[in-house]
Design a protein around this ligand. Sequence first.
Ligand code: UDX
Length: 441
Amino acid sequence: MQVSVIGCGYLGAVHAASMVTLGHTAIGIDVDPSKIDLLASGTAPFYEPGLPELLTGARDSGRLTFSTDMAAAAGSRVHFLCVGTPQQHGEFRADLSHVESAFVALLPHLRPGDLVVGKSTVPVGTAETLAERLEGTGATLVWNPEFLREGFAVQDTLHPDRLVYGVPTDDAGVATPAGVTAREVLDEVYAAPLAEGTPLVVTDYATAQLVKVAANSFLATKISFINAMAELCEATGGDVARLADAIGYDARIGRRFLNAGLGFGGGCLPKDIRAFMARAGELGVDQALSFLREVDAINMRRRVRMVDLAREVCGGSIVGARVAVLGAAFKPDSDDVRDSPALSVAGQMQLQGAQVTVTDPQAVANARRTWPGLAFADTVAEAVAGADVVLLATEWSEYRALDPEALAPLVGERRILDGRNVLDPALWRSAGWTYRALGRP
Ligand code: UDX
């Protein structure tokens, strides 16, 4: 099938290449010519494991092309909207300007029978409005949220946990004839994952849009729950990592997403819970989501607590202290620094007078652009040289595997802050380090 993918960021670039891997012909469209040039040459514009191989394979097949011209979408049967919905500056609401401009640009190129498939995370109600605006074109709108995790984007797109289609329904919630056809077309698009047994939920627009924000809100709540327990552990001498293991054995709770530490960041979880709260307010049900305000607050408090911990281990002040921050990306296996807890803590410590040097295996270039005031190093050795305290802020595998004996001669003082609870305290302490972590004695 011929498909177009509008927006070639973390979501769209992976989606376009995956469409080709699934047997389709795809055209990726983006307003940023530098991104399109890179993608057209088979180069990923960001770090995502597996994407370079997928792009080269897709390009060699001759079935993946890229363009900055929306007219290139004409002739595709399915048009995936994959543009970003960042947080509106200074507000909780989502900024829908990219969805709006992509949709308006696509409209004149639609033919009867085409599907416009929304994948972006949007405030519930957006799909309904877009569907109304398709009236008269003969095209149908479907909401098909994307659940990919950065760092696992290729795997999550080719082998998703589940597929959700929000199709047009009648007043009784039953798919309209256009909805039934839309489902058949999407079943063809996703024939390979469906054949693997991927669960499929076909529902109305509202539910499909809510599924995405509900999932992300649940994940954020799970992380903030364990970080709240970390606060209790700090007040009582308990160990949040053991606590997470113990409650995680209960299959109803589960151990995943119970890693306490610096908390969540990135381009999705923080802005999605805020946009969800804003939307609930508009709908007059803000009380239903008031707990998300706490989820957000718990998350932000972890960053403040980490700066306090640095101050504590440095004897009451970090003014003039040399701090090495290992990690700039919001999570490992990504070069994404959007709302990165690592950089937020690094920035705070610098503001409070510390001399901070940040390193990261992939994200230094992005971090330098976003935080030009911070100092950066390309290697761990460079970053930790003479450091009074080392903070592990993003749990890249190379940082988890650091050898305390090997690191010791490089630093000024043997003090390590484990911001992600991934190091073995006994190992570090036996090598003469002061080891501190959030929520652990
Ligand atoms: C998330 C959702 O997982 C994904 O389904 C959705 O499509 C987009 O948003 P992503 O932002 O890529 O994906 O990262 P995720 O793996 O969910 O991690 C989010 C943040 O939570 C990271 O900063 C991570 O470090 C943090 N985290 C995660 C924790 O602090 N503790 C955990 O136990 C898990």
